[in-house]
Design a protein around this ligand. Structure first.
Ligand SMILES: NC(=O)c1ccc[n+]([C@@H]2O[C@H](COP(=O)([O-])OP(=O)(O)OC[C@H]3O[C@@H](n4cnc5c(N)ncnc54)[C@H](OP(=O)(O)O)[C@@H]3O)[C@@H](O)[C@H]2O)c1
Length: 277
């Protein structure tokens, strides 16, 4: 029986790759959303049902949810994926940018989840797949606010998983490390904040060089995409999937190393990239 699947953040990166694969290789009914409607047209031409939405606007999210339910009678699975990264020093990122980071990555995700839950509870079945990150487990200089949003998502997803156990609803968290998508450009070109001449400037420049180099060497979307497709469609799923070697290593380092050693290793790694770009 085809599932009705809603993918947020489908105009680019993971969301688009997952939607494209589901459209090409499965019979499921695919609903996609993001702000840039013209990019969703690519998926609409392949048979997706496209809904322009800003996940920070609760009325828009509710409208998409009710449009999908009116058209197909149900929502079987959702990929809660829309998100972006703000980079900069904790003291220097402007308050409105910090708030926007949380509005999209945390409150936007929560809005989507809370919209699909009543229908899923009523039908006694449903799957909520959340795009988390290795940054749900670790944090480092320059990425504190982004990591904070993904730590929050992990906390919310874990609680939700326990709350809906027994209601027929499954919650799956996918935790990629750095992967080559538009995320890197959006973070480094549009949302990287360094104040010229400030005490943090040198360090933030190092962080930027490190991140640019990491995105340059990062793997493509394929493995993460395939795991997300599996998480949305397989009969049996695990609660958490880590999709890149980076996410295993970082997770392990943050768990086993004392904080002083963890700080020193992160600092050293950032410096080394700066010296050998
Ligand atoms: N790439 C990585 O290294 C990486 C690693 C771990 C986790 N992640 C997570 O993966 C998710 C997808 O990112 P990606 O790597 O695929 O990056 P991407 O290519 O930049 O895609 C981000 C998607 O989120 C959508 N989005 C952003 N703000 C939105 C808003 N206010 N309302 C609705 N949609 C919005 C964008 O669509 P519009 O701009 O058209 O709205 C776009 O479709 C994010 O949650 C990110 O945190 C990425």
């Amino acid at each position: 029986m085809p599932k009705v699947i809603w993918i947020t953040g489908a105009s680019s990166g993971f969301g688009m790759a997952v939607a494209m694969k589901l459209l090409k290789e499965t019979e499921h009914i695919i609903c996609v959303s993001a702000r840039r409607a013209h990019l969703l047209d690519i998926l609409a031409r392949q048979g997706a049902h496209a809904f322009p939405v800003d996940v920070t606007k609760s009325d828009q999210v509710a409208e998409v949810r009710s449009s999908i339910q009116d058209a197909f009678g149900t929502i079987d699975a959702v990929l809660v994926n829309a998100g972006f990264g703000v980079y900069g020093a904790i003291e220097e990122v402007p308050e409105n940018a910090v708030r926007r980071q949380f509005e999209v990555n945390v409150f936007g995700a929560v809005e989507t989840i809370r919209n699909v839950l009543p229908a899923m509870r009523q039908q006694g079945a449903g799957r909520i797949v959340v795009t988390s990150s290795s940054a749900a487990h670790v944090s480092s200089a320059g990425m504190g606010y982004y990591a904070a949003t993904k730590h929050s998502i992990r906390a919310i997803g874990t609680a939700l998983r326990q709350e809906v156990q027994g209601l027929g609803i499954e919650v799956v968290m996918v935790e990629p490390g750095i992967v080559k998508t538009a995320f890197g450009q959006v973070a480094m070109d549009e949302n990287y904040m360094a104040v010229e001449g400030s005490d943090y400037h040198g360090q933030m420049q190092q962080v930027k060089a490190f991140m640019l180099s990491a995105f340059d060497r990062a793997p493509g979307v394929e493995r993460t995409r395939d795991i997300m497709v599996k998480a949305l469609t397989d009969q049996r799923v695990k609660p958490v999937y880590r999709t890149t070697p980076g996410s295993f290593a970082l997770n392990f380092a943050s768990k086993v190393l004392p904080p002083v050693l963890y700080d020193a290793i992160v600092k050293q790694a950032i410096r080394r990239i700066r010296q050998h770009p």
